[in-house]
Design a protein around this ligand. Sequence first.
Ligand code: HEC
Ligand code: HEC
Length: 252
Amino acid sequence: MHAIAVRSVPPAVKIAVLVRTWPSEHGWAAVASGILLLATCVAAHAVSSAQEELAEVKRSVPNLDKGADYFDSCGACHGPDGGGTRDGQVPRIGGQHASVLWKQLTDYRHDRRWDVRMEHFADRHNLADAQAIADVSAYIHQLVPSGPAGEGNGKALDAGAALYAQRCSRCHQTNAEGDAAHAVPRIAGQHYDYLRRQFYDAVDGRRPNFSAAHIRLLAKLDHDEIEALSDYLSRLPANRSQPTNKAGGGVH
Ligand code: HEC
Ligand code: HEC
């Protein structure tokens, strides 16, 4: 599992490759504007169908037994308790707010978050419909990962704590427990290397579901600050404030 690190190719890159390989007699301007229009339509469609599906997930009443069945395939990478891997390749998802899981899974399905492994497992072959997303999310939400998360070198924890309190806690909350009502993820006790990767992915445009404001906030951080924040967050107890949206509810 650890060896799989291939990322899916972002549509912008796919389009750039298409433009470069297109025969020149088609006329660059016409081809480029056609592709741009197509890309805009595809992006707009992805957003609206993602929102529609998310609304349908929210309306579904989750079934934990079915969620456990769906989770069989997820556990192969995320672990039976949803703890992920300490090297940060696979994130901790056990105990995450259901509202966050709903959003991330629909985003992978609708090209709003890119990762070849997850796009495959979030697709309709594995999770047939909105109900399946609700079921598996409810199951993941009540899991309690055991053992410590992967951590950094511990040298800048005070700096990490100060940065967190100033710039992040108003949304991710005091203990980084997140906010189920606003689909803000719990990031306490998340693996260090996973967190670091998300910061770079977001700033480099590889995680399109981050808001522009969030990307600007992260872009202000230098390498030392990213390490300090990731290290601090990875050591926070994941279960300090117990999940509030048991079985997927609680966010309405
Ligand atoms: C082949 C390994 C693999 C399998 C199987 C897998 N995942 Fe993942 N999952 C990953 C990786 C790797 C990531 C991180 C991807 C990234 O960086 O965007 C991830 C990320 C996620 C996230 C986002 C977590 C966050 O903190 O934002 C969710 C939610 C998730 N997976 C749920 C699932 C569910 C539900 C299943 C089963 C239906 C599943 N995964 C199956 C490897 C896997
Ligand atoms: C204005 C509110 C807000 C602020 C301030 C904020 N965040 Fe976030 N953060 C969010 C939301 C909402 C998401 C979920 C984005 C999505 O849908 O993928 C998120 C996602 C994340 C993720 C991805 C988690 C995962 O599981 O993949 C990380 C890491 C993160 N934020 C770290 C930070 C850090 C560090 C700071 C401070 C420097 C910060 N955030 C400040 C709202 C905020």
